[in-house]
Ligand binder design. Structure first.
Ligand code: LRH
Ligand code: MN
Length: 393
């Protein structure tokens, strides 16, 4: 299979040509851990420069024309100007990420805080993010809450859910017709006893209560070790509640490493369930976003490699002989069925992807093309002075 002349290769390439990966603006800024944030040369100083770096990734991969923003990290006085800047570079402004996890007032929670004034402040920020979406033309508001508790008894678990539901209902009501609210869950960190949205079930329950414009985001780093994430993906797709992914990979916790780097087989299994559940069809509306931090590796090549890792996993998932698999499953042929999936996974898809890139007018080897472009040297020379972007944590 996979000779670049094989007829199925063409069908696979057609689907891959339509794939879209959304890049996180914050991946281009300095990032790290509580121990150290390592500053790198050439890091952008403002959202305009972040967009330039994202546009470079799109130019070299051909499938990353959208940049997710994080507010206030990417707040500007004139979002129309930022939108025009993006458009001039062939990309568009994507998902708006709210941030109610870095203000001192949110120590005991943001929208779940016992203090109604703090809840009001947090909800107002979420509403402001929708005002920004109206200016950027973004479809999605992504909500991740660091809210939780560290000790049993610290606060009333039930009451916090009521407060969360109240705030989400107000935000949901403010959404425009073509706008969505994407709710992201996370098992732990920064809270270590309860997180108020710890798992897919809690996010799903709130989204069902809110309505059709509320969907769940699966961040691949936000589960307990050993969690079968592709099962969650299959279930959310089946119930029309998979709004998007925050792709990254991890060996232990929320490591935010390059997607597919730690566990390429898991990424393949996830992309197989995405394909099986119709999630590759743009009309289903799954947002495929990266959410990563390149703490020690160069950031733009890190993003290029990550986009390529998602492409490779998707190509392998598209090579699964679904008909043969279904026949094996119906026959109860356990090993046969497993072999069909493993055949696809063990297929070298790099020639197929290199040929596709050529057909799309981008370099067969985006990493080599970036190294040869001189862009890294250019930004290191130009971006002197000013405040390098980061999480400001
Ligand atoms: C939280 C998270 C969330 C973002 C942040 C940058 O861990 O995954 O998606 O807001 O990372
Ligand atoms: Mn995330």
């Amino acid at each position: 299979m996979t000779s670049t002349t094989d007829p199925r290769t063409h069908a696979v390439q057609e689907t891959l040509r339509a794939q879209r990966i959304e890049l996180p603006s914050w991946a281009f800024g300095n990032s790290g851990t509580r121990f150290k944030v390592f500053a790198q040369a050439g890091v952008p100083r403002d959202p305009f420069e972040k967009i330039e770096d994202a546009a470079t990734v799109n130019r070299l991969t051909g499938i990353a024309p959208k940049v997710a923003l994080h507010i206030p990290w990417d707040h500007v006085d004139d979002f129309a100007k930022l939108r025009q800047h993006a458009s001039d570079l062939g990309v568009e402004l994507g998902t708006i990420n709210a941030n109610v996890f870095q203000d001192n007032d949110y120590m005991l929670g943001s929208v779940t805080n016992p203090n109604p004034a703090v809840r009001r402040k947090a909800t107002n920020h979420l509403l402001e993010c929708i005002d920004i979406m109206d200016q950027t033309g973004s479809r999605d508001l992504k909500l991740w809450f660091s809210d939780g508790t560290n000790y049993p008894g610290q606060d009333d678990v039930r009451a916090r859910q009521d407060r969360l539901a109240e705030s989400l209902a107000e935000v949901y009501a403010r959404l425009g017709d073509n706008q969505r609210l994407l709710l992201e869950y996370k098992l732990f960190e920064p809270a270590f006893y309860t997180m108020d949205v710890p798992d897919w079930g809690t996010a799903y329950a709130h989204c069902m209560q809110l309505g059709p414009k509320a969907q769940v985001v699966v961040d691949t780093g936000h589960h307990a070790p050993g969690t079968n994430i592709e099962f969650i993906v299959a279930l959310l797709l089946r119930s029309g509640k998979l709004g998007g992914f925050d792709f990254n990979s991890r060996f232990y916790a929320d490591d935010d490493l390059m997607v597919g780097a730690a566990d390429p087989f898991q990424l393949f299994r996830i992309m197989w369930e995405v394909r099986r559940g119709g999630g590759l069809d743009a009309s289903v509306g799954v947002a495929f976003m990266l959410d990563q931090c390149h703490n020690i590796e160069p950031k733009i090549p890190g993003q290029i490699r990550s986009v390529m890792n998602v492409q490779e996993a998707t190509a392998k998932a598209l090579l699964v002989d679904a008909g043969e698999l279904a026949a094996m499953q119906a026959a109860g042929d356990v090993l046969g069925a497993n072999a069909v999936l493993m055949d696809a996974y063990n297929t070298d898809v790099r020639p197929l992807l290199a040929q596709l890139r050529e057909q799309m007018g981008v370099d067969r080897n985006p990493m080599a093309a970036y190294a040869a472009s001189g862009y890294a040297e250019k930004i290191s020379a130009e971006r002197i002075g000013g405040q390098a972007a980061g999480w400001g944590a």
